[in-house]
Design a protein around this ligand. Structure first.
Ligand code: ATP
Ligand code: MG
Length: 376
């Protein structure tokens, strides 16, 4: 029987952390590997990964980047929350492989005085990207760029990157571009001008992962860690995760912790453990994700969200205004704030839905508490 000290919780309920078992991503990984094998212009080398918060986008980008890196590619990871082109240039300039190949990369212009203006900066970026890509290709390697949080990216910078990458593909160079973001924000970006090329990207929407795959992975992870789990407990825990990546880790983490409590007597996680652990996991999800999202909202914004809970699917914005008893134009102000905070998203003209899984259920359950904060 393992001692308590040696039992280490294997689950990773932390944003961006690679989970012990990467569940449900075989197909996209295969597509990407095929893309690397097939050569310049292969569909798997240009991908768009979308999904709600906590669905596993960052982890997937990391995984695909690791695969490319193992094949000798240079991988540059950037986020839409930073200046994209400057960051790519900066990373290329410091990349060990590029340095070892003696490729000259000029650094981006950062000081305000030296600001060259959009067109000149764009030219410089294209020059740097082309030089790096051509040299890497010549040496049997390639360049992979991953852009995370693309919903926050500057449209102009994405257009510059898209044009440069497209140019390299036409030249038959080994280059890949993967970008990931919240579904609606990412799609909005693609609807902008100058970005048509990115619309052709292979679309990978991270929908919920089938429960049986979740169960298999939970069992494997638990057994490798030194504990065991009964069938009833396993099905219960898997179902409670709703196939949603972040919850899989949270449920796994807290259910495992319940099991460890009695590991001296029995290493098998019981149904009672699974129930207690899942409850803690869901509470934790509520306080860490859902509460954080709604904290600091003004009363009308909260009213907007509560008005949305009447609908099981998307809500009509005009109906919400009616429910709130205000003109559509006033309700729109709150709609905009909530979209900006990425709590809701527009699913079609005149319709919105929650962007965070379980937000509706949470609001329904805690409605009275939430209203009480505003003295209602
Ligand atoms: N395929 C997977 N299988 C199991 N767990 C996963 C998987 N992908 C991600 N996770 C877990 O889910 C959580 C969220 O992952 P990640 O940070 O990649 O999500 P995200 O979509 O990038 O979220 P955000 O939109 O907030 O950036 C992490 O705890 C991670 O370990
Ligand atoms: Mg992420």
């Amino acid at each position: 029987m393992p001692s308590q000290q040696r039992l280490v919780n294997p689950f990773k309920p932390t944003a961006g952390m690679t989970p012990p078992v990467l569940i449900g991503r075989e197909v996209v990984i295969d597509d990407f590997m095929d893309g690397l094998d097939e050569g310049p212009g292969a569909p798997g080398r240009l991908m768009r990964i979308t999904g709600p918060r906590g669905s596993g986008k960052t982890v997937l980008l990391t995984q695909l980047g690791d695969i490319a890196n193992d094949r000798g590619w240079t991988v540059v990871n950037v986020s839409g929350r930073e200046p994209l082109c400057a960051s790519i240039q900066e990373q290329l300039a410091h990349d060990a492989r590029i340095r070892s190949l003696d490729i000259k990369i000029s650094l981006p212009i950062v000081s305000a005085e030296a600001h060259l203006g959009g067109a000149a900066e764009e030219l410089l970026f294209r020059e740097v990207l082309s030089r790096a890509t051509r040299s890497l290709t010549n040496h049997g390697s390639g360049l992979l760029i991953t852009v995370d949080e693309v919903q926050d990216a500057s449209h102009d910078e994405m257009a510059t990157i898209a044009t440069s990458v497209q140019y390299m593909i036409r030249e038959q160079q080994d280059i890949g571009l993967l970008f990931a973001g919240i579904t609606t924000g990412a799609l909005d970006l693609l609807n902008g001008e100058g970005i048509t090329f990115l619309r052709r990207a292979k679309a990978e929407e991270l929908a919920s992962i089938p429960t049986d795959e979740v169960a298999q992975a939970l069992r494997k992870t638990i057994e490798v860690s030194g504990l065991r789990i009964g069938d009833g407990a396993l099905s219960y825990a898997a179902a409670q995760s709703h196939g949603y990546a972040y919850l899989i880790q949270l449920v796994g983490y807290y259910v495992w912790r319940e099991g460890r409590r009695h590991a001296q007597d029995s290493v098998t996680i019981t149904l009672a453990d699974a129930k207690r652990g899942s409850e803690v996991a869901l509470q934790e999800f509520g306080s860490s994700v859902l509460e954080t999202a709604i904290s600091g909202l003004t009363k009308p914004s909260v009213d907007y969200l509560l008005a949305m809970t009447e609908d099981e699917g998307a809500s009509s914005t005009s109906e919400i205004a009616q429910r709130m008893g205000m003109p559509a134009s006033s309700a729109n102000t709150y709609r905009r704030i909530l979209i900006e905070r990425q709590i809701i998203e527009s699913t079609a003209p005149g319709f919105v839905a929650f962007s965070i899984p379980f937000m509706r259920e949470y609001l329904l359950q805690h409605r009275a508490d939430i209203l009480a904060r505003y003295g209602a």
